[in-house]
Design a protein around this ligand. Structure first.
Ligand code: PEP
Length: 287
């Protein structure tokens, strides 16, 4: 990774755990974190676990995220959770456009764009997921898919808002399958994503945006992934469900994230999750 971008390791807990179990896991992760850790950590429990996890993380620097968000502010949308409700529950971030939402819940780029806009309007920081299926990769459509997903997700969003987003490149064929992209495959896709961001918002923007890799990340592969110049962190599913495993991922990822971060850490200090200045972390190089 580029030492000018602050690494982020995010845990997506999907539809697992009761609120109590989620709070216990969050507390164990928080307790086990290296106090000198320079990069950001984010946890995304189910909606029902948000309040309990927030309480368990009281005083911690770990960020809290939802796994989804509604695009409307309030009203007759049974089952949906509004951006303001997520802020109220303690979230600083919202994962948007995860491939499971795209595939199982049929979310389109248009829906994802509405969700990104709604999150930003409310003050939530989107973690935008993109990625190609195996079939798309095998038919040489990876770049086209990524370009379409990015163009769709960012439609009508000005640079100042877009700078608050983190992108997670997650090849669908690598999610929950145990098949990780090779560091070269991941780097190639990340380079392409960064070029697309340059096309959309310019060179300085592209140099500053954080792009995470997701797909069967583990302690024994995170370090070589993070060694790639355009990989700024990881979105982790299965391996984030056990404190010892996730802590090993977080701390293994440190190895390529040491130098240059003190400067960023100074500029983005006091990252208390609930008193959080988006620009201090997401757009530190644009300020
Ligand atoms: C994910 O849920 O976004 C993910 C990458 O899952 P896993 O790490 O289990 O592949």
């Amino acid at each position: 990774m580029d030492p000018n971008r602050k690494p982020l390791i995010a845990g997506n807990w999907k539809m697992h755990m009761t609120a109590r179990e989620a709070a216990d896991l969050a507390a164990a992760i928080n307790k086990g974190l290296d106090p000198d850790l320079k990069h950001d950590v984010l946890l995304a429990p189910s909606f029902t676990g948000l309040h309990a996890v927030r309480a368990a993380l009281s005083g911690s620097k770990i960020f809290l995220s939802s796994q989804d968000v509604a695009w409307e502010e309030k009203g007759a949308f049974t089952g949906a959770v509004a951006p303001s409700q997520l802020l109220d529950a303690g979230c600083s971030h919202a994962i948007i456009g995860h491939s499971e939402r795209r595939k199982i819940f049929l979310e389109t780029d248009e829906v994802i764009n509405k969700k990104v806009k709604a999150a930003l309007k409310a003050g939530l920081l989107p973690v935008l997921c993109i990625g190609e299926t195996l079939e798309e990769r095998e038919s040489q459509k990876t770049y086209r898919v990524l370009e379409t997903q990015l163009t769709g997700a960012y439609a009508g969003i000005p640079a100042a808002d877009a700078a608050k987003c983190v992108i997670a490149y997650e090849p669908v064929w690598a999610i929950g399958t145990g098949k990780t992209a090779t560091p070269e495959q991941a780097q190639d896709a990340h380079t392409f994503v960064r070029k697309q961001m340059e096309r959309l918002y310019g060179r300085d923007f592209a140099a500053a945006v954080r792009i995470l890799y997701g797909g069967s990340v583990k302690a024994d592969n995170v370090d070589e992934l993070m060694a790639q110049p355009d990989i700024d962190g990881a979105l982790v599913g299965g391996e984030s469900l056990k404190a010892d495993k996730f802590l090993r991922v977080i701390h293994s990822a440190c190895q390529h994230a040491g130098h240059g971060l003190a400067r960023i850490a100074r500029r983005s200090s006091a990252l208390a999750p609930r008193a959080y200045d988006a620009r201090s972390s997401e757009a530190v190089l644009l300020s």
